[in-house]
Design a protein around this ligand. Structure first.
Ligand code: NI
Length: 176
């Protein structure tokens, strides 16, 4: 793994890299495998259920996820697309790029995801509930969309102070 990849860390709101529309992955090579390995490690360290490439400052269309915490259950989705969404349910979500922010988000309860694996092979999965929720959350990241853009008015008020703190700490880090 290159030194550069080892140095990748999770970027926090309001880092502008979280707001970009990401480019499709075109090279299914060793660099991609190494990037995915680093993202999996960071997801486990942060005890998250998913992590998208822009969250490590890489504006490419891919994410990793794991809803059990067991490393054998890691999944990788490259160039994902969500189809055939059904149902709607509101549930709490967090995000590794928004530490200590937990908000209620309405999502489809059932959907299909089409993506490619690390070898560039296309696959398709149908999922419900948490699985389907994570797919939507992570795919949102690839368009620069955060849970802040989907939360309701009461969460907007409830998270205001925390967001101001994250903004201040981002400005502070940039100054150093
Ligand atoms: Ni997130």
């Amino acid at each position: 793994m290159s030194v550069e990849l080892q140095n990748l860390t999770i970027v926090h709101y309001p880092d502008p890299r979280l707001r970009k529309v990401c480019d499709p992955v075109t090279e299914f090579d060793g660099d991609l495998t190494a990037l995915v390995k680093r993202m999996r490690d960071l997801m486990h360290e942060g005890r998250g259920v998913g992590l998208a490439a822009p969250q490590v400052g890489v504006n490419k269309r891919l994410f990793v996820m794991n809803i059990t915490g067991e490393e054998k259950d890691d999944l990788v989705f490259i160039n994902p697309e969500i189809h055939d969404m059904h149902g709607v349910r509101e549930a709490e979500e967090g995000c590794l790029s928004l530490p200590d922010v937990h908000v209620q988000i309405r999502r489809a309860t059932e959907c299909t995801i089409k993506a490619r694996d690390l070898d560039g092979e296309p696959f398709e999965l149908r999922g419900e509930d948490l699985l389907c929720r994570v797919w939507q959350h992570e795919t949102d990241h690839l368009s620069g969309t955060l849970i802040l853009d989907r939360m309701g008015p009461s969460d907007k008020i409830a998270t205001k102070k925390k967001l101001k703190e994250l903004e201040a700490s981002y400005r502070e880090k940039r100054r150093r």
